[in-house]
Design a protein around this ligand. Structure first.
Ligand SMILES: *Cc1c(COP(=O)(O)O)cnc(C)c1O
Length: 460
């Protein structure tokens, strides 16, 4: 009752070791942009002031994670670090089998090479791009079944990441024999980091049970998802996040994980499941491509850092700070009239570049124009998620993506509130001059995943 409340977001850590950031001028950044052919993936990281390209593997490890690194045991087989790692995973996700891998896409590759194949169909609330690519690489079909609110930019639904249960039921009624498993991504990354409710997961579980199908979680941002459940779902407000995570796990038969997200690692991942035969088949594939099952492409020290990271990410002080600081950026942009997607997700704020640069046609890449301007104006690196990323069709032609967004992804525990205040100022400056932004055209592009390596030039 007499607990005072303050507006400032308290970062629940202090700085122990610093990485210098070298200031650059606008003229220098113009040169770096030309050298990179206006592709921000090609800019050297030391030429970036605030790097919001991704939250994947870019977070700061804690003192205790660095200490855990020293504890790493590099035995080829049966390292104690493996047991410390599996115990930490199973504390939250009590699956029978835990298989370490070097990052999330390796878990996907192994799982889908075992259960996918031509004629198979894998439903997901929304596939992440590597998940979709790994399903499709086996000849299977990847189907997205988000709730309608998830596709509606203006919807304020608290769980826009949910799966469309009627659509899932309909798919299984028609094609159950072709579906090897059902996937739910928590939080829904491609949908803007939007959470999935426990009620929705229970609904998916019920449908899976009726058709005898396993349910897998793509659980990269499980802790952020659990925090949203605690804040938004009926009856969850007083609960421990770790207990909510265990509830989510109990509804599933297995999971894939990129430990570069919520497990606070710079590298790593895992695949977990209850089914013994599936685990044997996956471990056999793992040995071919990743390594022996007790290290799976990671060093013992990585496994130890992840085990410690898993204890830190479910702490309420951390999650309160994490979700509030993402919302702080989103709210500030909104208050300055900059169009952003809302409600804000856990790990990123998305600027609606098509709305900000209305004079540009989607095929002039408004997202690219805004992202380049943020870099040129203030050295901020963001990521276009729009027509550059998704516009190229399989036949080589081009079509507008459904949205042209610029994602500002927030690395975990890395930037302070004053860095974010600077980002807000730079966004304001770019928005004030948005009418004058020039579009871009692609002068060279590969056949797939063109956003990483394409060369651009500004339109006249
Ligand atoms: C990052 C991510 C992956 C892939 O993980 P990597 O570690 O980058 O290979 C899969 N699914 C989701 C939802 C992700 O965010």
């Amino acid at each position: 009752m007499d607990e005072p409340t303050f507006r400032t977001i308290f970062e629940p850590f202090r700085i122990h070791s610093v990485e210098p950031l070298r200031m650059s001028t606008r003229a220098e950044r113009r040169g770096y942009l030309r050298d990179a052919a206006f592709n921000l993936f090609q800019v050297r990281a030391e030429h970036v002031l605030v790097d919001l390209l991704t939250d994947s593997g870019t977070g700061a490890m804690s003192r205790d994670q660095w200490a855990a690194i020293q504890h790493g045991d590099e035995s080829y087989a049966g390292s104690p670090s493996y047991y410390i790692f599996t115990d930490a995973v199973r504390e939250l996700f009590p699956f029978e089998h835990v298989i370490p891998v070097h990052q999330g896409r390796a878990a996907e590759k192994i799982l889908f090479s075992v259960i996918g194949g031509p004629g198979k169909v894998v439903p997901n609330n929304t596939h992440f791009d590597t998940t979709r690519a790994n399903v499709e690489a086996t000849g299977a079909l990847a189907i997205d079944l988000p709730v309608v609110e998830g596709r509606d930019l203006s919807s304020q639904h608290p769980f826009k990441g949910n799966m469309d249960l009627a659509a899932l039921e309909d798919l299984l009624a028609r094609r159950a024999a072709d579906v090897p498993c059902v996937f739910v991504t928590i939080t829904n990354n491609s949908g803007g980091g939007q959470p999935v409710s426990l009620a929705n997961l229970r609904g998916v579980r019920g449908i899976c049970d009726r058709y005898g199908k396993p349910l897998f979680l793509d659980a990269c941002r499980f802790a952020e998802n659990a925090w949203f459940i605690r804040e938004r779902e009926e009856g969850q407000a007083e609960r421990e996040v770790a207990d909510i995570v265990r509830d989510m796990a109990a509804l599933a038969d297995g999971m894939t994980m990129s430990a570069k997200k919520d497990p606070m690692g710079n590298i790593g991942g895992w695949l977990a499941m209850n089914d013994d035969d599936l685990a044997t088949a996956c471990r056999n594939t793992l040995i071919l491509t990743e390594g022996f099952p007790t290290y799976g492409g990671l060093a013992g020290r990585d496994l130890e850092a992840l085990a410690q990271g898993l204890t830190e990410v479910v702490q309420h002080d951390y999650l309160r700070y994490r979700i509030r600081s993402t919302a702080y950026l989103g709210t500030a942009l909104q208050e300055r009239g900059i169009p952003v997607l809302s409600p804000f997700g856990g790990h990123a704020v998305y600027i609606d570049a098509r709305a900000l640069a209305r004079h540009l046609d989607p095929l002039e890449y408004p997202g690219q124009a805004v992202a380049v301007a943020l870099y040129e104006t203030g050295g901020i690196r963001s990521c276009e998620i729009g027509t550059v990323m998704f516009g190229r069709q399989p036949d080589g032609t081009e079509a507008p993506a459904s949205m042209d967004l610029v994602r500002l992804a927030i690395p975990r525990r890395t930037y302070t509130q004053s860095h974010i205040d600077y980002v807000i100022e730079v966004c304001e400056e770019v928005a004030a001059n948005a009418d004058a932004l020039r579009g871009y055209r692609i002068v060279a592009e590969p056949k797939t995943l063109r956003h990483f390596t394409s060369s651009f030039e500004p339109r006249p």
